[in-house]
Design a protein around this ligand. Structure first.
Ligand code: NAP
Length: 250
């Protein structure tokens, strides 16, 4: 039980990588808040998992583009559970569009969820964790935080920002007992990739020397490590979990 007694918040926890991370933390004894959009799968997933895990899973509606909702998520979690020991700052959306056709609205939406949302959640987490004198924040970045890819200007800008913001937050937070890291997944088999056709998927698989897409549980395992005390000397890292995608590129 690597997370027994710990309280964890996972944004975007109703689907894909977030949901797998919720399940993994529950298996390891944590109490977990699924923080996701109102009206999505979060409520149902939390009810299903709560039944299986002795009341240790709850849902809180939170849109990471709304500062008031993010701050309320943390205040309510502290009021109910007493502390926030780890956060997976994971909510995010994709976005593929040739840059000359990319409108302000779509560009700004991706930035507001994938970059500004990470900032809002990290800021709220730091405020709570500084009072506690402990905690671990894990930001979800991407291989596209360190490499470019055609037609992903907003997404790559956001993820590159997440990688470097993580380093700054880690330096600030270390003296106060809080660790901040990022995970950089390769392409992972989740609903985020549903927009891609078979040819595109085969092309993406070919970019991973391991010869397949990643599984959500493989990112969840990396989150679990960084969230837990096993990573007590790890801060400011961008842990690439990418089936070798980046190995030949650096
Ligand atoms: P996913 O299955 O689509 O899950 C994302 C979750 O975030 C969904 O539950 C979604 O809700 C939620 N969400 C979207 N906008 C939100 C908002 N404003 N506030 C709160 N929650 C919001 O995608 P995933 O693949 O697991 O992605 C999780 C993270 O991994 C993202 O940050 C993504 O960029 C990153 N990542 C994914 C891959 C990949 O290949 N899958 C690779 C690298 C990095 P709805 O479903 O209701 O919209």
């Amino acid at each position: 039980m690597r997370m027994k007694g710990k309280n964890v918040i996972v944004t975007g926890g109703a689907s894909g990588i977030g949901l797998a991370s919720v399940e993994r933390c529950l298996e390891e004894g944590a109490s977990v808040v699924i923080a996701d959009l109102e009206g999505g799968d979060g409520q149902a997933q939390a009810a299903r998992l709560d039944d299986r895990c002795d009341g240790r899973c709850l849902f809180k509606a939170c849109d990471v583009t709304d500062t008031a909702q993010v701050d309320r998520l943390f205040a309510d979690t502290v009021a109910e559970l007493g502390s926030v020991d780890a956060v997976f700052n994971n909510a995010g959306i994709g976005g593929i569009c040739p840059t000359d056709e990319l409108e302000d609205e779509e560009y700004l939406k991706v930035i507001d969820i994938n970059l500004n949302g990470v900032f809002r959640v990290a800021r709220a987490a730091l405020r709570v964790m500084y009072r506690q004198g402990s905690g671990s924040i894990v930001n979800c970045a991407s291989i596209l935080g360190v490499f470019g890819q055609s037609q992903t200007a907003a997404y790559t800008a956001a993820k590159g920002g997440v990688v470097n913001m993580t380093r700054t937050l880690a330096i600030e937070a270390a003296p106060k007992g809080v660790r901040v890291n990022a995970i950089g997944p390769g392409y992972i088999d989740t609903p985020l990739l549903e927009a891609l056709d078979d040819d595109m998927l085969q092309g993406l698989i070919g970019l991973h020397p391991i010869g397949r897409l990643g599984r959500p549980a493989e990112i969840a395992n990396a989150f679990l490590f960084l969230a837990s005390d096993e990573a007590s000397f790890v801060t400011g890292a961008h842990l690439l979990v990418d089936g070798g995608f980046t190995a030949g590129k650096s």
